[in-house]
Write a new protein. Structure first.
Length: 74
């Protein structure tokens, strides 16, 4: 796979970021995260083992349109 299977999209103007999954077995939106804690919950639901340890792994998580761990629009 050329790109990360989890995408954290750019922040919405009101805050929060859409989190989506692109994987051969499952694709689609996981939800809107407003914090790292929310993201961890979504990753757990997608079957990621130890999700709190992969947030900064670019092979698994792509932070698109804003820096990692930024939840408000800039």
């Amino acid at each position: 796979m050329d790109s990360a299977p989890i995408v954290v999209h750019p922040p919405f103007p009101s805050g929060g970021r859409l989190v989506s999954l692109r994987h051969q077995d499952r694709e689609g939106a996981l939800g809107v995260a407003y914090s790292d804690d929310d993201l961890v919950v979504f990753l757990e639901s997608a079957g990621v083992v130890s999700p709190e340890n992969v947030l900064d792994d670019p092979q698994l998580v792509e932070w698109s349109g804003a820096g990692a761990h930024e939840w408000r629009a800039i």
